[in-house]
Design a protein around this ligand. Structure first.
Ligand code: ZN
Length: 609
C-alpha cells in the first residue's frame, strides 16, 4: 500500500468555486440560450419557410453547441464535488438546481427533433454540399453542413418520440423518477463504511476500498473482504432493488410508448450499430468462453484449487503482486504512452501535472472510475480509486485514454454536437491505452514470474470485459424482460445474477462462490435512458485490440489515421468508421480475429508454470 499523498483533482480554472459569480453567470447564460432556442423553434414551427431553412439550421446548430458546452461544463464542475463527497449537501443542492435547467435542454432537444423531422425532404436538400453565398461568419449553411450527420440522425430518431407534451412531461418527471432512483443508488453505495482489519490494524474503510481488496495478493484478505461485501450489500439490497425496479420500469414504459421494437432497440441506435453487428459480436463472445474457462482452470491450479471462487478472479500472480506508488504508476504510464505516440505522452503529462486526476479513495467518494470532458477549458478530469495495484495502473491508463479521445476532438476543433460519440466507440481509446501499457510491460519482462504477473493482469481484464460483460448483458436483458410483468424482488435479482454468471463463467467459477450482488454497485445498471451499457465494453476491447494489431503492423503511420478516427467518432455510424481501417464489424470474422489475439495470451499464460 502506498504512503504518499494521493492527488485530488483541481477544477478552479473552470470556476473559482460553487458559489462564484462566474458559475452563476454561466448558469444564467445557459438559461438564456435555452430561452433563445425555444423562441426560435416556436417561430420556425409556426412559420415554415423553405427559403430560410439553411440559415435556421445554422442558428440552431450554433445555439445547441453553446447550450451543450455550458451544460456539460457546469455539470462536471458540480459533480466534481458530489462524486468525491456525497455528504456535501450544498453541492447536491447545486446539482439539483442544475438538473432543473438541464431538463429544459432535454425538452428543447425534443422540440428540435420534432422540427427537423417535420422538414421532411427539405432537410437533406438543405444539407447537400453547396458553394452558397458568403456571409459575415462564413458561407451560409456551412455550419449546418458540417453537422449534417448529427442533424439527419436527430431527424431520423425523431420518429421514436412520443407527442411533444408527453415528452416534455416525461423529461420533467425524470427528475423525481428514474434520475432520483439513480442518485439514491449512488448515495447508498458510497456511504457504507466498515471496520476492517488489514496488516494487524483495524480501521474504518469505505466499501469501495473493500471491493478493491479483491486484488489483494493474500487469499485470506480477499476472502474476508468478499464476506464483508456480501454482508453489507445484503443490508442495503432493498433500497437498491427499488432503484433497479424504478429505473428499468421507466425504461420499459418509454421504449413501448416511443414505438421502439424492444428494450434493445434504443441501445443499438445509441451505439450506432445494427442488430446483426451485435449478434456477430455476441456470437464471437459466446464462442470464446471455452478459451476463458481454460484460463480460469489454469489460474485455479496455480493457486492450488479445483475451481476459482469469486474472490480469486482478481488475484494477482507472480511479480505483479508488487504494488506501485502513484508516482511509479505515473512514470510507467508516461513512458509506455511515449512509445506509442509522443502526443499521447504529452497529453498524459499535462493531466498529471495539472491535477486532472482524483486518485484517493475516501469515505463519501463514489467507487470505480470515470473520465469527463470539461469543454469550457477543453480539458478532461479523471476520477479513480488508486490502491497501488497493477489493476489500478491499468485503470489510470484507461481513463487517460478517454481523456486523449476528448483531446483529439478538441485539437480538431470539433463542436459539442460533433463529439456525440456512441457508446460502442466510447471505449476505443481507453482500451487501446490499456493495451499499450500491458504490451510494453510484457515486452520488457524477462523474468517468467514478471511475465506471469503482467499476463495475469491482462487476462483478468480481458475475462472481465468478455465473460463478466456477457453475464451483465444476460442479466440486464432478463431484468428488463421480467420487469415488464412485475417488480423484481432482491432475491429475484440475485437469482438472475447467479444464473447469468453460471452461463458466462460455467465451470470456470465455483458455483458456491459467485457474486449474487454484482447488480447492487455497478453504476451502469442505474443510468436512466442508457440501457445495456455493457456490450459496448466488449465492442471496445475487441475493436481496440483489432486497431492495436494494425498499429503493430503499420507502426507510426497508423497514428494520424487513429487521431482522425478519435476526432471523428461522433460523425458517422460505427461500421463506416471501422471500414476506414479495413475492419468489417458486421461479420464475426473480425471479432474472432481479436479474440484469437487474446487466446494467444491465454496459451502464453498456461505455458508458464
Ligand atoms: Zn471506459
Amino acid at each position: 500500500m502506498t504512503t504518499e499523498k494521493l492527488p485530488h483533482w483541481d477544477l478552479r480554472n473552470v470556476y473559482p468555486s460553487l458559489d462564484s459569480a462566474e458559475l452563476a453567470a454561466d448558469t444564467a447564460a445557459l438559461a438564456s440560450t435555452l430561452d433563445e432556442i425555444d423562441r426560435n423553434l416556436a417561430a420556425w414551427i409556426a412559420e415554415p419557410d423553405a427559403a430560410s431553412t439553411v440559415s435556421r439550421l445554422d442558428t440552431g446548430v450554433e445555439l445547441f453547441n453553446r447550450a451543450l458546452l455550458l451544460s456539460s461544463t457546469l455539470r462536471i464542475f458540480v459533480e466534481s464535488f458530489v462524486t468525491t463527497n456525497s455528504y456535501d449537501t450544498a453541492a447536491a443542492k447545486k446539482l439539483s438546481e442544475l438538473e432543473m435547467v438541464q431538463v429544459r435542454l432535454q425538452q428543447s432537444t425534443v422540440r428540435l427533433q420534432g422540427w427537423l423531422r417535420g422538414l421532411g425532404k427539405t432537410l437533406p436538400e438543405a444539407l447537400k454540399p453547396a458553394g452558397g453565398a458568403g456571409g459575415a461568419t462564413g458561407p451560409v449553411g456551412a455550419l449546418a453542413r458540417d453537422h449534417a450527420f448529427i442533424l439527419l440522425e436527430a431527424a431520423e430518431q425523431g420518429r421514436y418520440l412520443m407527442s411533444e407534451p408527453e415528452e416534455l412531461l416525461s423529461a420533467e418527471l425524470s427528475l423525481t423518477g428514474a434520475n432520483a432512483w439513480s442518485k439514491l443508488q449512488g448515495t447508498v453505495t458510497s456511504q457504507i463504511v466498515v471496520d476492517f482489519e488489514l496488516d494487524g490494524v483495524t480501521r474504518p474503510m469505505p466499501i469501495t476500498a473493500i471491493v478493491n481488496l479483491r486484488t489483494h495478493p493474500e487469499e485470506a484478505v480477499r476472502h474476508r473482504a468478499y464476506d464483508v461485501e456480501m454482508r453489507e450489500w445484503h443490508k442495503v439490497r432493498e433500497p437498491l432493488a427499488a432503484c433497479m425496479n424504478g429505473i428499468k420500469g421507466v425504461a420499459n414504459t418509454l421504449w413501448k410508448r416511443r414505438g421502439r421494437m424492444d428494450c434493445l432497440h434504443a441501445s443499438l441506435d445509441q451505439g450506432r450499430i445494427d442488430r446483426a453487428t451485435l449478434e456477430a459480436l455476441l456470437d464471437a463472445m459466446r464462442g470464446s468462453l471455452p478459451i476463458f474457462r481454460r484460463y480460469f482452470a489454469a489460474k485455479a491450479r496455480r493457486i492450488g484449487k479445483e475451481r476459482l471462487a469469486w474472490w480469486d478472479l482478481f488475484a494477482p500472480s507472480g511479480r505483479a503482486s508488487q504494488t506501485y506508488s502513484f508516482s511509479q504508476a505515473r512514470e510507467l504510464v508516461l513512458e509506455t504512452f511515449g512509445r506509442f505516440a509522443s502526443d499521447l505522452r504529452s497529453f498524459a503529462e499535462q493531466a498529471f501535472a495539472r491535477s486532472w486526476i482524483d486518485a484517493e479513495p475516501r469515505d463519501g467518494k463514489r467507487g470505480g472510475a470515470f473520465c469527463a470532458a470539461v469543454p469550457r477549458v477543453k480539458e478532461s478530469r479523471i476520477l479513480c480509486n488508486f490502491d497501488g495495484s497493477l489493476e489500478q495502473v491499468s485503470t489510470i491508463a484507461h481513463e487517460l485514454g478517454h481523456g486523449y479521445h476528448n483531446h483529439c476532438a478538441y485539437a480538431a476543433s470539433r463542436t459539442e454536437l460533433q463529439q456525440s460519440t456512441p457508446m460502442t466507440l466510447a471505449e476505443t481509446a481507453s482500451i487501446l491505452c490499456e493495451q499499450i501499457v500491458n504490451d510494453a510491460l510484457l515486452a520488457r519482462a524477462t523474468d517468467p514470474q514478471e511475465r506471469l504477473g503482467i499476463l495475469e493482469n491482462a487476462l483478468i481484464n480481458d475475462s472481465q470485459v468478455i465473460v463478466d460483460i456477457y453475464s451483465r448483458f444476460l442479466f440486464e436483458k432478463e431484468v428488463l424482460e421480467r420487469r415488464e410483468r412485475s417488480e423484481l424482488s432482491a432475491d429475484d435479482l440475485c437469482q438472475i445474477m447467479e444464473r447469468a454468471q453460471a452461463a458466462a463463467y460455467g465451470e470456470g467459477l465455483d458455483e458456491r462462490y459467485r457474486h449474487r450482488y454484482m447488480w447492487t454497485w455497478k453504476p451502469h445498471y442505474y443510468i436512466p435512458e442508457l440501457s445495456f451499457y455493457n456490450y459496448p465494453y466488449a465492442f471496445g476491447l475487441l475493436f481496440g485490440t483489432g486497431l492495436y494489431a494494425r498499429f503493430l503492423s503499420q507502426g507510426a503511420g497508423f497514428i494520424p489515421d487513429y487521431q482522425k478516427l478519435l476526432a471523428g467518432t461522433g460523425e458517422a455510424p460505427a461500421a463506416e468508421l471501422a471500414n476506414r481501417f479495413g475492419i468489417d464489424i458486421t461479420r464475426r470474422t473480425f471479432w474472432d480475429g481479436s479474440l484469437a489475439i487474446i487466446a494467444r495470451r491465454v496459451e502464453d499464460y498456461c505455458s508458464i508454470s
